[in-house]
Design a binder for this molecule. Structure first.
Ligand SMILES: [Zn+2]
Length: 133
């Protein structure tokens, strides 16, 4: 659906934003270490944490994703069932809790794609030269 070179490819497949080949996460979304990322891309050598505490900014993206989920859940429930208020709250928060690992990973992937452009696979020896991003 999405091809390498498009930001959505990196976001949907959780791949390195620079080469679109290296994996951004070490485990599956519902594994205990679901947020663990390798320090660098295994293909191009991009250092994922661009600066200390870089991924704190992903919390804003995560917030936006949760707001989008809750808005979509509200509209869907309202149009399809029009249930009592407590059902809205239950569906929105249980749904958000179930999707939390995927949402947090997606937020990090979107956030790093704000800063890194696609360049294709490059040899990792550029790391020693200090080239990133
Ligand atoms: Zn890479």
């Amino acid at each position: 659906m999405f091809q390498k070179g498009q930001k959505l490819y990196s976001i949907v497949h959780h791949r390195c934003p620079r080469c679109h080949e290296g994996k951004l996460f070490l485990t599956a979304p519902y594994h205990r270490d679901f947020m663990k990322m390798p320090e660098r891309c295994e293909v191009c050598g991009l250092r994922y944490e661009l600066e200390p505490a870089f991924f704190y900014g992903a919390l804003y993206v995560s917030h936006a994703l949760h707001v989008a989920w809750m808005t979509a859940a509200y509209i869907a429930l309202r149009v399809l069932f029009n249930p009592p208020t407590d059902v809205y709250i239950l569906v929105m928060f249980v749904g958000a809790a179930i999707m939390l690992p995927m949402t947090l990973r997606l937020a990090r992937t979107i956030y790093i794609n704000f800063f890194i452009l696609y360049r294709g696979a490059q040899p990792p020896n550029r790391i020693a030269e200090g080239h990133q991003g």
